[in-house]
Design a protein around this ligand. Structure first.
Ligand SMILES: [Zn+2]
Length: 267
């Protein structure tokens, strides 16, 4: 066989082997000590950085679970709440209150008391509409990924108090587990709704590539008055969950998410 024929044969053989698609990659900036990141691209492959499997309080991310449960109903009812900083003896994180909030503002500003009031009203409607057992099952099923075995025992519907909006450590997650929850197709509608609520507030147009970012704090178990911070977001291609260590704030979460995920600043 001539050299030319051999080369031709080799090249034909090479061409006939289908190449596997290249794995999705996105650049991320280096993490700071104590930070943890989990991200996934459109292929659903999860990449983790730092201690992404360390469990901590769900904190502000509980708002996303409530949006899954009741977001569409609350949206269609145009729910409102007047946050004075205190509701039934429970303080909101902003002592002077958030004033009048709708669902988009409550989500953007993490108004704990609005979610508490709307959550308490919702479970009353569930009790009336389909009974206590079914209402309890609905609450347990939706929060199950964050409850471990901590669902209060019994047959009753538990009172909706601050632990159900992410205070304390009844509800827990890890960056990796939260990412898996967000990219599960079961959450597609929730993520679309969250994105719309967050971006409406900033009056963006709805280009697919615009990042939605939700940030807030979470209590640090065992550290009185200590908090860490969460920042989660997506741009239609990438979904990412960043956890910042003790002492970091909502503003830190937003700033670090933008830096780590190389999100361009707001125009
Ligand atoms: Zn508030």
């Amino acid at each position: 066989m001539s050299i030319l024929k051999t080369l031709l044969l080799v090249s034909v053989c090479t061409l006939s082997v289908a190449k596997p698609p290249a794995p999705f990659k996105t650049p991320v900036a280096p993490l700071l000590p104590g930070e943890a990141l989990a991200l996934a691209g459109p292929d659903g492959v999860v990449y983790t950085f730092g201690e992404a499997s360390r469990e901590t309080s769900l904190g502000c991310l509980a708002e996303l679970v409530w949006i899954k449960l009741e977001g569409l109903d609350w949206g269609s009812m145009s729910v409102q709440f007047n946050c004075t900083g205190m509701f039934k003896g429970y303080p909101c994180w902003r002592p002077k209150g958030h004033g009048r909030v709708d669902l988009a503002k409550a989500l953007n500003e993490n108004c704990d008391n609005a979610f508490l009031a709307w959550g308490q009203a919702s479970v009353q409607w569930w009790m009336r509409d389909y009974g206590e057992g079914a209402a309890r099952a609905r609450l347990e099923e939706t929060f199950d990924p964050f409850l471990g075995n901590r669902m209060p025992p019994g047959e009753d519907l538990p009172d909706i108090e601050p632990p159900w909006i992410g205070q304390g450590d009844l509800l827990r997650t890890t960056p990796e587990a939260m990412l898996h929850w967000l990219i599960d197709p079961a959450q597609d509608e929730t993520v679309r709704n969250v994105r719309r609520l967050l971006l409406t507030f900033k009056q963006y147009n709805y280009k697919e590539s615009v990042w939605w970012i939700h940030t807030g704090t979470a209590p640090e178990p065992g550290v009185p008055a200590g908090t860490s911070a969460w920042a989660v977001g997506g741009n239609g291609q990438i979904t990412a969950v960043l956890h910042l260590p003790k002492g970091k704030s909502k503003a830190d979460g937003l700033a670090r998410f933008r830096t780590v995920m190389m999100v361009a600043p707001d125009k």
